[in-house]
Write a protein that binds this ligand. Structure first.
Ligand code: PAF
Length: 285
């Protein structure tokens, strides 16, 4: 049985009208922002939003302001028809797919930016200058457009999740942020739209990221010095042909240095050929 088609909205005014009608009926709105090319990891976020809300909106927007020069903005997979079908099958109520012009009517001229300085230039921010400014800006705009009671963000982008929590707190946005657990392939590779860039050989080697996260987390939990654990994690990845941006053991709450009594997390960003992959694992759940 094929699911009914999902309603698609491209304009902010139409989005607002739909949501106003729900709100008038006292329905709780859940929101899942995405860049499309949806996989099971995204759809699990839709299921999670559904558990917290009466109506679920998913957005599909490949946000130009979070890609740096030479990154994969142009080749990022755009599969709106398949995304719409997958969302419909999952019982999502509305697909919001704004155009770049609707989202950034003034282009880069007069662009209003949101920044979370404490998280802006560490880890992925150091390797992708401006990335989190782009993320924070578009997420603030999307949250303001949809005005959901609840919004769901995947834990795979841990730093992004912290940036979003910080901007919600800093801008006093009345929304609850719910984290969605990372979904993995059977060999442990975290689901990501970027996995499809990998050749068959790279795809086989990519599972080493998760194995390395487990190795580093176990070592740190067992009392090994975090710097030594990071260094052996880096060697394990390099032995498989990765170019490693970082293997980092940090405090999970603010990405500061690991400290006694605070939950720790291991984060990895590493490149295989032209594909950059990220993943993380909590040391202390
Ligand atoms: O995680 C993503 O897909 C994007 O960074 C987000 C949150 C949709 C903002 O463009």
């Amino acid at each position: 049985m094929s699911a009914a088609a999902i309603e698609r909205v491209h304009e902010i005014a139409v989005l607002r009208a739909r949501i106003a009608a729900w709100r008038a009926a006292a329905l709780r709105v859940g929101f899942v922002p995405t860049m499309g090319n949806l996989h099971e990891g995204h759809l699990a976020l839709v299921d999670l939003a559904r558990r917290h809300a009466d109506r679920v909106v998913a957005s599909v927007f490949v946000n130009p302001t979070q890609f740096g020069p030479g990154e994969d903005y142009a080749r990022y997979p755009r599969t709106l028809e398949a995304d719409a079908a997958a969302l419909a099958a999952r019982g999502c109520d509305l697909l919001y797919a704004p155009t770049v012009e609707a989202m950034y009517p003034d282009g880069s001229q007069g662009l209003v930016e949101v920044r979370v300085p404490a998280l802006d230039d560490v880890l992925c921010g150091a390797f992708r200058p401006g990335h989190f400014r782009g993320v924070a800006t578009v997420v603030a705009k999307l949250l303001n457009q949809v005005q959901p009671e609840v919004a769901v963000f995947g834990e795979k982008d841990w730093q992004q999740l912290l940036v979003v929590r910080a901007l919600v707190r800093g801008l006093d946005l009345p929304v609850e942020i719910v984290p969605g657990p990372t979904l993995r392939e059977s060999d442990g590779l975290a689901m990501s739209s970027r996995n499809q860039y990998l050749s068959a050989d790279e795809r086989r080697r990519a599972s080493v990221i998760y194995a390395t996260l487990i190795q580093v987390a176990d070592a740190v939990r067992g009392g090994q010095d975090p710097v030594a654990a990071e260094s052996s994690g880096r060697s394990a990845l390099e032995a498989e042909g990765f170019v490693v941006d970082y293997v980092a053991v940090r405090s999970a709450g603010d990405l500061g240095p690991p400290a006694a009594g605070r939950p720790r997390i291991v984060l990895i960003a590493a490149r295989l050929g032209s594909t950059r992959l990220i993943d993380n694992l909590l040391v202390d759940r």
